[in-house]
Structures are given as structure tokens and as C-alpha cells.
Design a protein around this ligand. Structure first.
Ligand code: HEC
Length: 82
């Protein structure tokens, strides 16, 4: 059975979260609440995320792979304060 429920249609506008937003919530609310994307500028976010990945690895937590990190940074940057 196929397609009677619309959600398997190829990635059009996500009706809820983008993959980046989802990954952000999964990876960035472990140690503190997920921050607001508007807390930083687009330029700052990539450095903040790198910094947080170092924390994840020093806490022995799973560090997202490069693609996931990129999706998180993209999400944050596209909602950043400027
Ligand atoms: C391993 C635990 C841990 C994880 C996972 C983590 N953080 Fe953090 N984060 C911290 C700690 C500890 C602080 C407070 C110390 C500080 O301010 O540097 C912090 C502070 C922050 C701050 C406020 C300080 C600042 O630089 O603005 C932001 C924003 C932030 N984290 C974003 C993120 C994002 C985005 C992610 C996901 C990529 C993330 N964090 C995942 C541990 C974590």
C-alpha cells in the first residue's frame, strides 16, 4: 500500500521540523535546554556549535557527524539574529 497518507511524498515543505531543527533539538538539549537560534548571529553559530561538540566529546556523549552538524548550523544560521 502506498501513498494514501501523504507523508511519504518526497521532501516538500516539512510540515513540522526540518532535519536540521530536529537534529538540533536532539543534540542540543542534553546538557541544557535548547537555546534560541536568535541568541547568536549566523557568524557566531558555527563557532558555538564547534565548542559544544568539544564538550560533547569530553562528556563522552555522542558527537553528531559532519552532515548532521552542518544541518544544525544551517538551521541555527537561518534563524539567527542576523
Ligand atoms: C555536553 C553537554 C552540552 C551539549 C550536548 C551542548 N551544550 Fe551548549 N553548553 C554546555 C555548557 C556546559 C554550557 C555553559 C558553559 C558556557 O556558557 O560556555 C553551554 C552553553 C551554551 C550556550 C550559551 C553560551 C554561549 O556560547 O552562547 C549556547 C548558545 C549553547 N550552549 C548552544 C548549544 C548548541 C547549539 C548545542 C548543540 C550543537 C549544545 N549547546 C549542546 C554544554 C553542552
Amino acid at each position: 500500500m502506498m501513498g494514501s497518507n501523504a507523508s511519504s511524498a518526497s521532501a516538500s515543505k516539512a510540515n513540522t521540523e526540518s532535519p536540521g531543527e530536529r537534529a538540533f533539538h536532539q543534540n542540543c538539549s542534553t546538557c541544557h535546554g535548547a537555546p534560541s537560534p536568535s541568541e547568536h548571529t549566523a557568524a557566531e553559530w558555527s563557532a558555538v556549535v564547534k565548542n559544544m561538540e568539544q564538550r560533547m566529546s569530553s562528556y563522552g556523549l555522542h558527537v553528531p557527524d559532519h552532515k548532521t552538524t552542518q544541518a544544525i548550523v544551517d538551521y541555527l544560521q537561518s534563524h539567527a539574529s542576523k
